[in-house]
Design a protein around this ligand. Structure first.
Ligand code: FAD
Length: 308
């Protein structure tokens, strides 16, 4: 297909074919809107009455469409659709050792309940991340698994941002107007990494989350022959204006044996990590608090069964 430049009465549409051109257009039109699946932008324009004078379609740039498996993990281009990613994850889970693909397994499970086929066939990995919705279903998984977002602007090298530091506020990310998200690096898991994803919505199909979560622990055997927590990451969505980590809980889990006392301590500290204002948008404050505790309970049980 050719590169496109379609001027119109309300908006101009650019469709570059190379990364170099994409970055040039991004630099030239800081007010320009990068578009891939249009599943967020379309809603903003139709229901939020937003207008954008310039669109830059990132759909045909090879670097943003690649999926590469390296020695450390999977790197997924930002314009890859969720359906393509699901197929790739399924294949990796089938082909590679189980302990390496626990994040992929969790992502695949979460995506079963991400919108529906029509949306997944067009919505992109990068569009979901850059929207920075506090109820994105995948952001908690990236944040709890050490995933890294690679961003780039014209004339600058690739800048790596840890997923857990990328979301700055409500729909606000650590990216400059001249930068684009290139890809996401999702590391393989290690031998005793346990990862789980959670989502609570009104319906199972085609519904956005009320709350969601991504949780990971790396367990190790202590000198006393007990499993203890070597690393813990807990990311929560739907409980704040952005997806958040639960720092008190993560610190509290460190070094602990996986037993009932640990479960109770974590549920108590989650109540401190999560403060939902009674006036917060979306309401259901008690329910969302309860969901956080319930997600952790399910995670605790999952890890206990895996260790058994
Ligand atoms: P677009 O609308 O094309 O773009 C979204 C934003 O990202 C724009 O601001 C755009 O400028 C920016 N952007 C895109 N790519 C880049 C890039 N490479 N660099 C910089 N900026 C970029 N989300 C969920 O998490 N879970 C759900 O269950 C869910 N269900 C949905 C159901 C429906 C019916 C709809 C309409 C949406 C749903 N969504 C859901 C939200 C949405 O589908 C996702 O966030 C989707 O992944 C967005 O991708 P897109 O390619 O359509 O983004």
């Amino acid at each position: 297909p050719p590169e496109l430049h379609l001027p119109g009465p309300y908006a101009t549409w650019h469709r570059p074919l190379t990364l170099e051109r994409l970055l040039m257009l991004r630099e030239q039109y800081p007010e320009g809107k990068i578009v891939v699946g249009n599943t967020e932008i379309g809603i903003e324009m139709k229901y939020g009455r937003k207008t954008y004078p310039i669109f830059i379609a990132a759909t045909h740039v090879a670097e943003l469409n690649s999926m590469e498996v390296g020695p450390e993990g999977l790197t997924v281009g930002a314009a890859v659709t969720l359906s393509r990613l699901m197929r790739k994850l399924k294949q990796l889970v089938a082909d590679r050792p189980k302990h390496e693909t626990r994040t992929f397994q969790a992502m695949g499970e979460q995506m079963k309940y991400f919108a529906g086929n029509q949306i997944r066939n067009t919505a992109s990995v990068g569009g979901n991340i850059c929207t920075a919705s506090p109820i994105s279903d995948l952001n908690p998984i990236y944040m709890s698994t050490g995933s890294v977002f690679n961003v780039q602007g014209e004339g600058t090298g690739v800048r790596k941002v840890a997923a857990k530091n990328f979301f700055l506020g409500y729909r606000k990310v650590d990216m400059q107007p001249h930068e684009v998200l290139l890809n996401v690096h999702i590391p393989f898991t290690k031998e005793h990494d346990y990862i789980r994803e959670y989502k609570q919505a009104h319906r199972r199909d085609d519904d956005i989350a009320i709350a969601n979560a991504g949780m990971r622990v790396r367990m190790e055997m202590s000198s006393q022959g007990e499993w203890v927590v070597a690393e813990a990451e807990v990311a929560l969505g739907g409980v704040a204006p952005r997806t958040i980590m639960a720092p008190l809980t993560m610190a509290g889990l460190q070094g602990r044996t996986w037993n009932k006392d640990t479960l109770h301590a974590a549920i108590n500290s989650l109540a401190q990590d999560v403060y939902i204002n009674s006036q917060s948008p979306g309401g259901m404050v008690e329910f969302r608090r309860a969901m956080v505790a319930s997600f952790f309970f399910r995670f605790f049980m999952h890890v206990a069964f895996e260790l058994d």
